[in-house]
Structure formats: C-alpha cells, structure tokens
Ligand binder design. Structure first.
Ligand code: EPZ
Length: 427
C-alpha cells in the first residue's frame, strides 16, 4: 500500500487548477445508462472511484472509450450483461448504488449489492428504495442484494425523510423515464445535484428545481446522447484553500466556482484569512478563481456541518486540522454522519489538543504538531492528515493513501507545485 511522506513545516504558495468533481461525475456516469446514444463527458477527474464506476458500467453492458482530448465517451445499453452491481465492486464504492435508478428506468430491473457500512457511518439507502417503490418498483432484499423490478415506472409525489444526495440523484434519474410527473420534496441541494440535472436535461429529460428543496420531473419516452463538462470539485478546492490558511500561505485555485464554497469562504474570512474571488461564468459555473492568503494569527471559530448550502461535511476533517493552528477553542460539530471523527486519534498522535464529546470535537489551538507515522481511514480524514503534516515539525508518513487516491487527482503533484516537500512511497 502506497504511503505519502511529507516534510514540514511548509508554506503553500502558488496557483493550481481545480479538477472535475468526483461527486458530480459519479451520478453523471451512472446516468449514461439511460441514454440511447453516446454521451461525451469532459473534465472527469482521474481518480480511483471514477475508474471503478467505469468498470461497473462496462460490467453492466455499457462501453466507454477515452478520447485523445481526455473526454470519455460512454455508450449505455438497453440490455446486456447481468444487471447486477456485484458486492466485489460495490464494497469498494458505495456510489455504485447510483446505478439502481437508471437500470430500473431503462431495463425494468436491477440487482445491486447493498453497500454495507463504511468508516464514517452506516449510510443506509432506505430512502432510495422507498422513493423507487413510490415510482412503482417492487423491491426485494435478499442475500445482501437489492433486487428491483418494474414493468413501467410512473410519476409520484415523494418526500425524503432527510436531504440525501444519492437518494435525490437516484430518483431524478429513475423519474426521468417514468410515465407522468414526479414531485420530489426535501431534496438535497448540492451543486452536484444541479450538474446532474444539467446533464439529464441535455439528454432530453425535463427536470426543474434542481438545487432547491423541490424538484419536478416530467417523464419522457427516451433519452438521447449529449456532451457535458463536469463542474469543478468544490471539496478538492476547499482542501487546498484550507492548506493555504493552515500553512500561513497564499494559494490561488483557478477553474472553480466560488459560489459553491460560500460557507467555507465566509468562515476563512471570519477567522482572519484574506479571501479574494473572481466569479465563475453564470451559465456554465466554470472559470472562477479563489485566492486565500493567511499570515498566521488565525482565530478559532465554531462550525457545524449541514446539507448544502450549509458547511459541507466533506470539509469538516480539513477544517478541524486548521483549528489546531487557530487561537482559542473551536467546536467542530458533525450533524450529517454519525462517525466522522476518525481523523482525531491520528491528530492527537501528532500533538493536537482535541476532545470529542457526542457530535462535536473541541479543538484547542494553536498547538505545535510533530511529524508522525499516521494512518488514513477514509477519504477526507486522509486529506486532514496531509494538511496537518504540512505544518508539523519533521517528517510525517501517511499510510493507506489509497483512500486519498479515490477522490484527489494528483494530490502530491499539486502540493509540490505549491512548494510542499511531499513524495509518494510505493509499496
Ligand atoms: C454523498 O454521499 C457524497 N458522496 C458524500 O461524499 C457526502 O459526504 C454526502 O453525500 C453528504 O454530502 C457522493 O456524492 C458519491 P447522503 P451520500 O445520502 O449520497 C443518511 C466524499 O467524501 N441516509 O446525502 O451517500 C446517511 O446515512 C463522500 O466525497 C439515510 O439514512 O450521502 C447520512 O447520514 C463521503 N438513508 C445522510 O443521510 C438513505 O437512504 C446523508 O447521506 C440515504 C442517506
């Protein structure tokens, strides 16, 4: 298993470009199963989860081809190999559950392994299944698999028990080919949901309200091909901006959308970092720029994660690392997942002063961190440890960075470009 060796302390400075959003690309790839013609996708991030989803689509009978310009051309298929997303694939990536809606809508049946838990929580898919039943699907759970079938899906009104990103995405895709109108209430509002809606509408679907609490979908007979550019990864961008703040550096990220990071940018300004933005193009959401600079002396400030437009849970671990270097005590509270503080024990080993109580971690800062051997447990916890390593005195070795490779494209190259002393140890 590869490791990252990071020599600290370092001050990050310079300009990098955002990669495409993993969490937009995954549902968008699943949506290609709905199309009767090829779909051309630009700006897909070259990360492990995208390769896993591509493998799953091909297992399901689709075909994909990487063009010289970096675009991926995907040809869905109305039938083909076993309509199942096997446990071997799903256990490595929960987002495999996103093929349920498209398979059901396009082929009338699907068999997908239940994702099982993961490091950050149980993460059930009961809302996905309840929504598909509302559209007329018969759902059976047996031997760790969901088997879903429907002669024809019909429109329905369905209210999610909580805003669920994957649940909203699965239902948007299934309802696109259902007969009649579907009204989804209490939807997730993340920018990745809006990007999926853009793709589906470009394929000929008729969705309105993506990004709001209520989404209305007029079902259509068929969906065609299209060309689409995936939005920038706001979580990747936020990670590097926090890197600028924690190292007292000065980092600019280009080709991103500042509007997608409003809660983080407000928080960085509040704690004393300087934040400059250049807005993205209003229609495409692309071409924006964000610069964060900090000269030390940051102030602690509480944060509570929440579904968009609240502070993203996917930046909680990174922000917690930042608070170890801020003056005062910060309560970092996690309201979305039940077990998303796995990074804390590793930070304690580096010298951080953090006390967990229920849904909150209380971080006392600033505390000097020392380079240590630490272990990544999940994607964003890995990013947190890398950020801590950048300010720690001496060498830090982060183990199990396959977690990192799931969602960060060329992280060590981008960090080296910003002046970090980081190298990958292959093993
Ligand atoms: C998506 O996961 C993201 N993954 C996650 O990013 C992100 O943390 C999460 O949304 C929240 O923003 C992708 O988009 C591929 P949810 P998802 O359904 O869809 C509960 C990363 O680091 N819930 O919005 O699985 C669930 O347990 C990853 O990139 C149910 O109870 O998240 C959780 O507590 C990690 N029943 C909450 O809702 C359901 O049927 C939010 O989950 C569905 C969800």
């Amino acid at each position: 298993m590869d490791k990252l060796s990071i020599a600290g302390p370092t001050r990050l400075a310079g300009t990098i470009r955002a990669s495409g959003a993993k969490n937009a690309a995954l549902p968008i790839l699943a949506a290609t199963l709905l199309a009767e013609e090829p779909v051309v996708l630009h700006n897909l991030p070259r990360v492990r989860d995208i390769r896993t989803m591509d493998r799953l689509l091909c297992h399901l009978g689709a075909s994909s081809e990487l063009r010289d310009d970096g675009a991926l051309v995907v040809r869905g298929s109305a039938d083909g190999n076993p309509d199942d997303a096997p446990y071997e694939l799903v256990k490595t990536m929960r987002a495999s559950a996103l093929v349920l809606g498209p398979l059901l809508a396009r082929r009338g049946h699907a068999r997908v392994s239940l994702p099982g838990g993961c490091a950050i929580g149980v993460r059930p898919i009961d809302q996905h299944l309840a929504g598909l039943e509302a559209l007329g699907a018969t759902i059976e759970l047996e031997h760790g698999y969901v088997t879903a079938s429907a002669r024809a899906l019909h429109g329905a009104r369905f209210r999610f028990a909580m805003p669920t990103v994957g649940g909203t995405e699965n239902l948007m895709m299934a309802a696109s080919l259902a007969r009649g109108t579907t009204v989804l209430e209490n939807c997730a509002r993340e920018p990745e949901i809006v990007d999926l809606a853009r793709l589906l509408n470009a394929m000929g679907a008729r969705l309105a309200g993506a990004g709001e609490e209520t989404i209305v979908i007029e079902g259509v007979e068929r969906l065609g091909g299209c060309e689409h550019t995936v939005i920038a990864d706001r979580i990747e961008v936020g990670t590097y901006l926090i890197g600028a703040a924690i190292t007292g550096g000065d980092v600019t990220v280009e080709q991103c959308n500042p509007a997608d990071l409003a809660p983080l940018l407000a928080k960085l300004s509040e704690i004393g970092a300087s934040v400059e933005v250049a807005a993205a193009d209003a229609t495409t959401g692309r071409g924006g720029r964000i610069r964060v600079a900090a000269g030390g002396g940051l102030r602690a400030s509480d944060v509570s994660t929440a579904p968009h437009p609240g502070f993203p849970t996917d930046l909680q671990a990174q922000y917690l690392a930042l608070m170890t270097q801020a003056e005062g005590v910060a309560a970092v509270c996690e309201t979305v997942f039940e077990n998303r503080f796995q990074h804390v024990p590793e930070l304690l080993r580096m010298g951080a002063d953090v006390r967990c109580e229920g849904p909150c971690a209380y971080v006392h800062g600033p505390t000097p961190l020392s380079g240590s051997h630490v272990m990544a447990t999940d994607l964003r916890a890995s990013a947190c440890l890398v950020l801590a390593a950048l300010v720690a005195e001496g060498e830090t070795v982060v183990d199990r960075i396959y977690h990192l490779d799931r969602g960060y494209e060329n992280m060590e190259l981008k960090l080296q470009k910003l002046g970090a002393h980081v190298r990958r140890i292959h093993s």
